[in-house]
Design a protein around this ligand. Structure first.
Ligand code: MN
Length: 151
């Protein structure tokens, strides 16, 4: 049984929330990522979704991946670039990014400052798929994508 949600108000300071564990992203996994941490802000089965905050150091990046479940993202801190399918776009605070099912995606922080975003996902979700060499070859046919991944 899942625990009953309790009423709570948790404070915020310097991009850390009280009573929220701050952990390196997927430390147990083999997925390629760099200098990124995760805080799970809400994880309530009763809501059906989770809200997480990811933050990477300057020059860090998230894992390049795709999956069945969607993401709804709001940039909260710093500047970066977002690979979304076949497009690479600069992103900045309060931009909203919709990542549909099976769309390749990756975030890369701009040099010089941390880059953070909120990410909403289904509570129950499939495991991300990492690109094969063939996927990477197809993706890098696009020069914008190739330049993004080479950064
Ligand atoms: Mn993802």
């Amino acid at each position: 049984m899942d625990a009953e949600p309790q009423p709570s108000i948790r404070g915020f300071r310097d991009f850390r929330w009280n009573d929220v564990e701050h952990r390196p992203y997927k430390i147990e996994g083999t997925a390629p990522f760099k200098a990124i941490s995760r805080q799970v802000l809400f994880d309530e089965p009763a809501l059906g979704c989770e809200l997480r905050y990811f933050e990477m150091d300057a020059g860090g990046h998230s894992t390049l991946e795709r999956h069945e479940h969607m993401h709804a993202v709001m940039i909260l801190r710093g500047r970066g670039q977002c690979l979304l399918g076949e497009t690479v776009r600069p992103v900045e605070p309060y931009d909203l990014v919709t990542i549909p099912a099976w769309t390749w995606h990756q975030f890369r922080a701009t040099e010089g400052e941390p880059f953070g975003f909120l990410c909403m996902v289904n509570h129950l979700r499939d495991k991300p798929q990492i690109p094969t060499d063939q996927h990477l070859e197809a993706l890098t046919q696009n020069p914008d994508v190739a330049a993004f991944l080479a950064r």
